[in-house]
Design a protein around this ligand. Structure first.
Ligand code: HEM
Length: 294
């Protein structure tokens, strides 16, 4: 398996961003709000945040590793959510705009990221990794790499499956999708320009009212593999698990020098990790990135 120190060295070299920023998703802002679950989710999962309204910290980001790149440039975008449970524990969900992940191998992900910042090398990379093409094509069809008008209109995919345990310990494998309720019809009258136009737009939008994403989950059926980031769950039943309502911009909690970390393996009682190799690898890379920026 790729040494996480090497992975972070390579990703940092690709973007050339300053060390005090995240290696990926370098540019982002923190927001506060509330998650309200549905009864259907509570029946399938005993985790505390699926039984009572729960405060959340959200970070919307651009995926690149250089925070100086203006919002206008096409990029994948991220939405990280920290659910702060009443008992003092927390669980994280990290979504990005690609509906499918193209590989189960961290080395290939790093190589793809390197190739994507040098577009002339990308066709050769694809020739060497033809099995990635359907997932990348799904990203193009879903406008995963774009320049949205607002984070409020974007759908985010957390990719990995998680095991939901109900009150009797019965397990359902689920995959999340964060679906916006905002549409092009309720855009602000104002237009926003400049390198930070997404955060300016969000500030104005929040002054008008909350920004909501529905948390939907697909429920695994026969033949749906929960242990791979690349598996496709064709025809899976979907339920609404709740709504994330963002109400305010938060002061940057990292300004004092203490990093805030979103970790896709941070779970609470009632939620289990799969054996997905990408999911299992991520904490080692994130820890190394946090170590460098701390
Ligand atoms: C092998 C695969 C991956 C690697 C090596 C990787 C690496 C990283 C690193 C190093 C960071 C910065 C962490 C920090 O300094 O706090 C990061 C952030 C992030 N990653 Fe990944 N990542 C991978 C896969 C994914 C996947 C599959 C998703 C989404 C489904 C994702 C979504 C995010 C998001 C949203 C952030 C920003 C979190 C924040 O706002 O703090 N990543 N990633």
């Amino acid at each position: 398996m790729l040494d996480p120190v090497v992975a972070i060295d390579r990703l940092r070299a690709a973007f050339g961003g300053p060390t005090q920023h995240r290696t990926l998703h370098a540019k982002g802002r923190f927001y506060g709000g509330t998650f309200t679950p549905t009864p259907e989710a509570g029946e399938l999962c005993r985790a505390g945040h699926l039984h009572a309204p729960t405060p959340v910290t959200v970070r919307w980001s651009n995926a690149g590793g250089n925070a100086a790149v203006p919002d206008e440039k096409p990029d994948i975008r991220g939405m990280a959510v920290k659910f702060r449970l009443a008992d003092g524990t927390a669980t994280d969900l990290l979504g990005q705009t690609s509906p499918r992940f193209p590989t189960d191998d961290p080395e290939t992900f790093v190589a793809m990221t390197e190739a994507s910042v040098k577009p002339a090398t990308f066709p050769l990379f694809l020739l060497r990794h033809p099995r990635m093409i359907p997932a990348l094509a799904a990203g193009i069809a879903g406008k995963a790499v774009g320049s949205p008008v607002s984070f409020a209109e974007v759908t985010f995919y957390p990719i990995h499956a998680y095991g939901w345990l109900d009150a009797d310990g019965r397990r359902t494998w689920v995959r999340y999708v964060l679906v916006p309720t905002a549409t092009a019809d309720d855009r602000l009258d104002q237009t926003f320009e400049g390198p930070d136009r997404l955060s300016a737009e969000m500030a104005a939008r929040l002054a008008r009212g909350p920004v909501t994403h529905e948390l939907r989950v697909q429920l695994a059926g026969d033949g749906h593999d929960p242990h791979s980031a690349t598996s496709v769950w064709a025809g899976a039943r979907e339920i609404v698990a709740g709504r994330i309502e963002v109400t305010e911009l938060l002061p940057d909690p990292e300004e004092g020098g203490t990093p805030t970390v979103f970790d896709p393996t941070r779970v609470v009682d009632g939620i289990e990790l799969s054996d997905d190799p990408i999911l299992r690898y991520r904490p080692s890379a994130y820890t190394e990135s946090v170590h460098r920026r701390a």
